[in-house]
Design a binder for this molecule. Structure first.
Ligand code: ADP
Ligand code: MG
Length: 462
């Protein structure tokens, strides 16, 4: 499939999802300017728009729709970005025209991909690329257990948590794992909304038999964002019977929701009690460390190598995982796939650091390390000698670690140099301090306050 054909197919999907007027306003002069195959079943798509007004509008209003449509056509994950470009199709030798990367030619993976497609599972979301930390450890362990022992471990498995904490990723991992272990399994992933639409359609077209056949004899049914079925009587009834039939036949049900069963309004009592009969686990938002780890994984999937300090800068400035991914796409566009161009400098610039989220940023060039030392000493009412000396008591050790953290993460100084400034310490000591503070900053509000306070005093001086 060539790029223009791909875009035509995506546009078909988009066309039926929005009004004709909106379609012609926003999409009529769009085209794909760049398509780049990335590792791990992903690709980067740049969409050319006739003006910056259109480019901004598409990004704000239709980002997910465009991405979903492309994902649907290609069955792989698309990272998208918009650019102002008139409709002249250039051939850019940097970018590979074929839609599918080599693995697609491989008969085995093509087969698995076909199976995944039939199960509506997007490839690329697996246990292997899921990072685990305290916030999601339980959910991960339960999901793994379920994938290895369908119908027996925890049934249903009910995962809940806020937006972007990894519920869908874990759910898809279960499906991926189960199918790759046993390709004969009947597996289906669907979103709560999809399930709802299909039932409504089936009832309207008097084709509920087909619906039952598709859903009721599954070995594994996954319903993502199941809260959507609440309040819809017929849908809940059908779901109840589907659920029971699958379980009775030894199949597994996995559900996700943005809240626990007890808090889903207008959920039928019998469904609630079914949900509660299994294992219910919540996933909390990722801490700083986990966000940094995920940034590294997501960058690698896009063929980018992030330096560790850059991953930390991103993780400490952007909370949402989806926004982190969006930011990585920006980096990708900026460096055109050349990882050696990714520096703390560049990332800070892209973050528009000092204006970001009300957190004062430190201007690297204007900031002398010694000023940071003074600011930390003043803030904690310690003398420089004490701060940089050998004392190990907590009232001194903590400020010292904060100092190392600021020098490393905010000023981007090399570990050795930080060690040198802070009383001639070893680089491993610095590394430990940076890791510790980075980790605690997301869980310890008073530490966060301290660091913000110090940053404020420093930026106030400039
Ligand atoms: P949810 O369904 O909870 O809203 P998603 O599963 O869609 O969240 O996760 C949002 C993005 O963050 C996805 O790209 C997903 O791959 C990624 N993500 C979330 N948690 C992790 C994790 N622990 N490791 C790797 N990627 C993660
Ligand atoms: Mg989800």
């Amino acid at each position: 499939m060539d790029t223009q054909k791909l875009w035509q197919e995506a546009l078909q999907i988009i066309r039926v999802s929005i009004s004709q007027a909106n379609y012609s306003t926003w999409f009529s002069k769009t085209h794909i300017t760049t398509l780049k195959v990335l590792p791990n079943n992903r690709q980067f798509v740049e969409i050319g728009c006739s003006s910056s007004f259109i480019a901004d509008g598409l990004e704000k209003r239709y980002f997910s729709l465009i991405q979903d449509s492309l994902n649907q056509v290609t069955q792989i994950t698309n990272d998208i970005s918009f650019i102002v470009s008139q409709l002249t199709i250039e051939s850019n030798s940097n970018f590979l025209p074929p839609l599918f990367s080599e693995s697609y030619n491989d008969a085995h993976s093509a087969n698995i991909l076909e199976l995944l497609k039939r199960a509506r599972i997007r490839p690329g979301f697996t246990f292997e690329n899921f990072a685990v930390s305290s916030s999601n450890q339980m959910a991960w362990a339960a999901a793994e257990a379920v994938s290895k022992n369908l119908g027996n471990a925890y049934n249903p498995l009910f995962l809940w948590g806020g937006v972007g904490v990894g519920k869908t990723h874990l759910m898809l991992s279960i499906g991926n794992k189960a199918l790759s272990k046993n390709p004969d399994l009947k597996v289906l992933y669907c979103m709560g909304e999809e399930f709802t639409t299909e039932i409504v359609e089936a009832i309207r077209n008097k084709s509920t038999q087909n619906f039952k056949k598709r859903y009721r004899n599954l070995d594994l049914l996954m319903v993502d964002d199941v809260q959507f079925i609440a309040g819809k009587e017929k849908v809940q009834e059908e779901f109840f019977h589907t659920f029971n039939t699958i379980q009775r036949e030894g199949g597994q049900v996995v559900l996700t929701s943005d809240r626990p069963p007890t808090e889903i309004q207008k959920l039928e009592e019998r469904l609630r009690s079914r949900f509660e009969a299994g294992l219910i686990i919540d996933i909390s938002p990722p801490d700083l460390e986990l966000r940094a780890a995920i940034a590294l994984i997501k960058a690698e999937e896009r063929g980018l190598q992030l330096p560790m300090d850059v991953a930390h800068i991103i993780a400490s400035n952007i909370e949402g995982l989806r926004r982190i991914e969006g930011f990585l796409t920006r980096i990708l566009t900026e460096v055109q796939g050349d990882s050696s161009l990714i520096t703390a400098e560049l990332v800070n610039r892209l973050l528009g650091r000092s204006a970001n989220e009300g957190e004062p940023g430190l201007n690297r060039r204007a900031m002398a390390p010694q000023d940071v030392v003074d600011a930390v000493a003043n803030y904690f009412s310690l003398g420089r000698r004490k701060l940089l000396g050998d004392g190990r008591a907590r009232p001194i050790a903590l400020p010292r670690q904060v100092l190392m953290y600021l020098l490393r993460v905010e000023l981007g100084l090399p570990l050795q140099e930080v060690g040198h400034i802070v009383g001639g310490r070893d680089h491993t000591t610095v590394m430990y301090a940076v890791e510790k503070i980075s980790k605690n900053i997301s869980t310890d509000p008073s530490l966060r306050e301290d660091i913000l306070g110090i940053k404020r005093t420093i930026s106030g001086q400039m």
